[in-house]
Design a protein around this ligand. Structure first.
Ligand code: UDP
Length: 218
């Protein structure tokens, strides 16, 4: 199966996307990627104990895989980035088995031949774990639609994690991650792409939360 790690942006997309909702219903594990999700869960009386973001899990899983002899496939991100990230993790966790690395061209999923080819490459690698770095919702839809065909026991959508590991993008300092401000850091590093995304999220998320809060109290 596959793991999903929702943040506020996913929660907003979830409201309007039936395919994403389907992907969430079929995932075997859903972990809170951001502190605002923890706050929301507490406010709504269903507290989630801990934030476990995809960008942390990629390290922990790699360490675990190196110990147990499981292999990891690195799928997605820009050309060269997934390769670099696999090298960084292999250096950090000696014995880590890299089943393969493949960064499909942007928009590959719209081309049936390329889409098929991508699934075949992952399947033939025989990987035990697949890191899928395509950003949301694409990575989660890709896992939903293809996890049976790839046959990989555990896939996980990891967003920009490979960019962080390879050093292409700098991750927010720990205090920002812990205080729910990671999104402000990301916006500052890539304002043209992310400012609109996060503004829309804020405008959607709080009314949604208020609605759920009053509904749960009723
Ligand atoms: N990406 C990709 N193919 C695509 C779209 C995105 O490989 O068709 C990669 C992109 O290079 C980046 C990653 O997806 O490494 C995550 O993007 P984003 O920053 O949107 O992820 P988030 O962490 O915000 O979900």
């Amino acid at each position: 199966g596959y793991i999903l790690t929702p943040n506020v942006d996913h929660v907003c997309m979830f409201q309007h996307s039936e395919p994403l909702r389907n992907a969430y219903h079929k995932g075997f594990l859903v972990l809170a990627d951001g502190v605002p999700i923890i706050w929301a869960s507490k406010l709504l009386g269903k507290p989630v104990r801990q934030k476990i973001s995809g960008s942390d899990l990629v390290y922990w899983l790699a360490e675990y895989a190196a110990e147990k002899g499981y292999s990891i496939f690195f799928f997605g991100a820009e050309d060269g980035i997934a390769q670099r990230a696999s090298e960084v993790l292999s250096e950090r966790y000696p014995g880590l088995r890299v089943a393969g690395v493949y960064s499909p061209p942007m928009g590959f999923y719209k081309d049936p031949e390329l889409a098929e080819e991508s699934v075949r490459i992952v399947r033939e690698s025989g990987a035990d774990i697949c890191y899928v770095a395509l950003g949301a919702p694409l990575q989660d839809l890709w896992n939903y639609e293809n996890h049976h065909e790839t046959g990989v026991p555990v896939s996980i959508g990891i967003g920009a994690s490979l960019d962080f590991i390879a050093g292409k993008v700098k991750r927010a300092p720990l205090w920002m991650q812990k205080s729910g401000l990671e999104w402000t850091w990301r916006t500052a590093t890539d304002p043209r792409r992310l400012a609109k995304r996060y503004m829309q999220d804020i405008l959607q998320f709080f009314p949604l939360l208020a609605k759920e809060f009053f509904r749960s109290r009723r």
